[in-house]
Design a binder for this molecule. Structure first.
Ligand code: NAD
Length: 448
């Protein structure tokens, strides 16, 4: 079977040549840069086709640009990241030197979702290649045109080593996760993340899990409300709301509700005046999103339609829209009467992938920064933190574990191997038996 064949070939290659030089890694990253840049039009066309409508400019910025940025950042920094990292030893271990040596793990598996099919493949790939690994990728079956293009691109750039692609759905995904990779990076839903981790556990394969969840947007009294509404609407509705770090719901002071609704409606019409709105990926997801709106209507929840989006005002917590990750253009807006209430609402739920805070006063900013736990905190904007290769990206708790992007991605895909070098007769030899006067003396100095 192709999957096992490709796995075996890459694994053998990684065992045969386990430590690509800095220049080989830079060459691989250059090939990746070239193939993505050369295929940007084809990528945009394939993704547009798979979604049944996604604007080219949206794809070029939110997929192609950020992917190339990740590859170029890795290429620029790989030599420095590969360098040994010296550590100072305590004097009883002298004379000796120690350092951490970043070593490639071997073969890394990447399982990718459909919502940003290029970026969520290329960004982890850049980190894994910089760290000197072979990489086998399984893209999503929901984006067949893109996934086939990706396979062709990788074959053309690398000819099967150090990168290969296998195509398939959940069945192939399951078999993939059961293979004894040296590391697995999975991006997708929390439910499938559990299955992947269970499968990986059988091989003691370490995992990075990039999952989803409900990322809150908290608006404080001091916030600039109209700007907050614009930022939240943009973050919510980019890619039709199908973004893992999209603000899932809004919490705001009750007195600001009407003003927020008006500002949100006007932002929607300004940003998407001609209906350049990304389509929902397929019928299953359209039905799922519609069911949130229908259930809210059946329960008498007030809704406000705005372009292709729907705002649901103060939906009760037991509705599916307040329990599931929404992943579509529906925005629950909940009112609160004090910061204590808002924080206890957020902190009683799963730890989110992103937390959006809108405030101008440092007391609220400091408090929320310290008292909430999330994959990342973004203050007075949405989504943008994911675009920096200087910031690690990853969730916590139900939103994931581990991190990648930039240097932290390099470290995730490396073993930071401690190397201890003894130069001459070590002081520690004095501690070897037989026990006597020397031990008494050293005991006083070292233990007290
Ligand atoms: P999904 O979990 O359904 O599928 C993700 C990938 O896993 C696909 O390639 C799929 O074929 C494969 N798969 C399915 N079943 C599998 C199994 N049992 N074992 C192994 N692999 C299996 O997710 P999706 O619908 O493609 O993506 C949407 C989800 O991904 C949302 O929850 C979203 O929040 C999350 N997401 C997270 C991030 C992040 O960076 N944290 C980014 C994008 C999307």
């Amino acid at each position: 079977m192709l999957l096992e064949e490709r796995f075996r070939a890459l694994r053998e290659a990684s065992r045969r040549a386990p430590y690509p030089t800095a220049s080989e890694r830079r060459q691989n990253l250059k090939k990746l840069d070239r193939i993505v840049a050369a295929n940007q039009e084809a990528v945009a066309k394939a993704i547009d086709q798979d979604f049944g409508g996604r604007h080219k400019e949206e794809i070029l910025f939110s997929e192609v640009y950020v992917s190339l940025n990740a590859v170029r950042h890795a290429r620029k920094n790989v030599s420095e990241w590969m360098g040994e990292r010296p550590r100072l030893l305590d004097w009883p271990l002298w004379p000796a030197r120690a350092s951490l040596m970043p070593q490639p793990l071997g073969l890394v598996g990447i399982i990718a979702p459909w919502n940003y099919p290029l970026f969520l493949t290329i960004a982890p790939l850049a980190g894994a290649l910089a760290a000197g690994n072979r990489v086998l990728i399984k893209p999503s079956e929901y984006t067949p045109a893109f996934s086939e293009l990706l396979e062709r691109m990788m074959d053309e750039a690398f000819g099967g080593d150090p990168v290969a692609v296998v195509l398939g759905g959940p069945e192939i995904g399951r078999t993939f996760a059961e293979l004894p990779f040296d590391h697995l990076l999975f991006t997708g839903s929390t439910a499938v993340g559990r299955d992947v981790m269970r499968a990986a556990a059988a091989n003691l394969t370490p995992v990075t899990l990039e999952l989803g969840g409900k990322s809150p947007a908290l608006i404080c009294e001091s916030a600039n409300l109209s700007r907050a509404a614009e930022d939240i609407i943009y973050g919510k509705l980019l890619n039709g709301g199908q973004t893992c770090i999209a603000p899932d719901y809004v919490l705001l002071p009750a007195a600001k509700l009407e003003q927020f609704i008006a500002a949100a409606q006007s932002a929607i019409h300004r940003y998407w005046p001609d209906g350049d709105f990304t389509s929902i990926i397929n019928e299953k997801h359209r039905a799922r999103i519609q069911s949130y709106i229908d259930e809210a209507a059946a329960r008498g929840v007030k809704s406000v339609a705005a372009g292709r989006a729907v705002l649901l005002i103060d939906p009760p917590d037991d509705l599916a829209v307040m329990r599931d990750e929404i992943f579509g253009p529906v925005l629950p807006v909940k009112t609160y009467s004090g910061l204590d209430e808002a924080l206890s609402f957020i902190n009683s739920r799963d730890r989110p992938l992103a937390f959006y805070l809108f405030a101008k006063d440092s007391a609220s900013i400091d408090r929320v920064t310290r008292e909430t736990v999330s994959g990342a905190l973004c203050i007075n904007d949405t989504l943008v933190h994911i675009a920096s290769e200087e910031l690690p990206f990853g969730g916590i708790g139900a939103s994931g574990m581990g991190q990648y992007h930039g240097r932290e991605g390099f470290d995730t895909f490396s073993k930071l191997k401690p190397v201890f070098r003894r130069y001459a007769f070590g002081l520690g030899r004095s501690l070897r038996p037989p026990y006597g006067k020397m031990h008494e003396l050293l005991r006083k100095v070292l233990i007290g």
